[in-house]
Design a protein around this ligand. Sequence first.
Ligand code: FO1
Length: 333
Amino acid sequence: MTNETARRIVVLAGGVGGSKFAVGLRTLLARSEPMAAVTVIANTGDDLWLTGIRLQPDVDSLLYALAGVNDAERGWGRSGESERVSTELRAWNAGWPWFTLGDLDLGTHLARTGWLREGVGAVEIVRRLSARWPLGVEILPMTEAEVDTIVTVRDGDGKRTMHFQEWWTLHRARLEPIRFANPGIEMALPAPGVTEAIARADVVLVAPSNPVVSVGPILSVPGIRDALRDTGAPIVGISPIIGGAVVRGMADVCLAAVGAECSAAGVAAVYGARSAGGILDAWLVAEEDSATLPSIRALGIAARVAPLWMHDTDSSAQLAADALALATDVSGL
Ligand code: FO1
């Protein structure tokens, strides 16, 4: 297999589910297709400014997980973390007392913020951060523009808006979301390399991330949907809903806010069939959701059952193998 014929695989991903999937895909390819190249297009809607520094949570989750330095229990931040600075910030009443900035994690944010102030773009910043470890996967932010997700919640008989991170980390998504928006995203451009990666991909995979607040923002960047529509690559997604329930996080309340059913079929409908103006050619659902196969196929999306639980790297690698196998089948190769 020469480099020209080596497969190029693009993954659309959010934070935690995306990270596990990316690690599993890398593990699979290291065994079966070492020349394949993987580009993960990361959601940046979770990003925020806090005490003057810029955070990119989903990018950092992917970075840390692929580097093997992530805190797997918490699902975010660095392993072996300490919180001396965060304790001081609370003492100064600076930032958000409910939002922990670990000391090692702050190193990432300070490096990123310093480079941003020098005029360095997000793609180059992620490249510099990635260069520290042999990730074996390229991480690309979906855009270099700042398009933070803002949530409108019901507040009594009124409404209130807040940054996604306040809604998620302080309120734990308990405030009923009415709308998610990424102000300014309509003016944003795909980050350099994003549409090119999609155009020349042999396979595009949609990781089992939150379809509304993680994959949603990626699809909202002007130009990315068009690139997905036009690519010759089969596009295969993995349901983030197993047995009719979310695996973790708050996808259920997010789906309700956009009027979608919290099910494997409901998420497939949110993405839509590529043949009907959506993005999916095929969709992997868990055995527990095999009853939804006919309704997914009725949307014009090929559908197949596979084990979706990513308990460890082997099960994540097997999921990646099942997704690639489905991609091969739908592309008729
Ligand atoms: N999540 C929490 O639940 N509590 C926190 O204090 C927290 C801090 C934090 C700091 C940096 C970072 O990159 C992520 C952090 N997260 C925290 C997780 C974050 O909310 C998630 O990674 C995603 O943005 C939501 O999926």
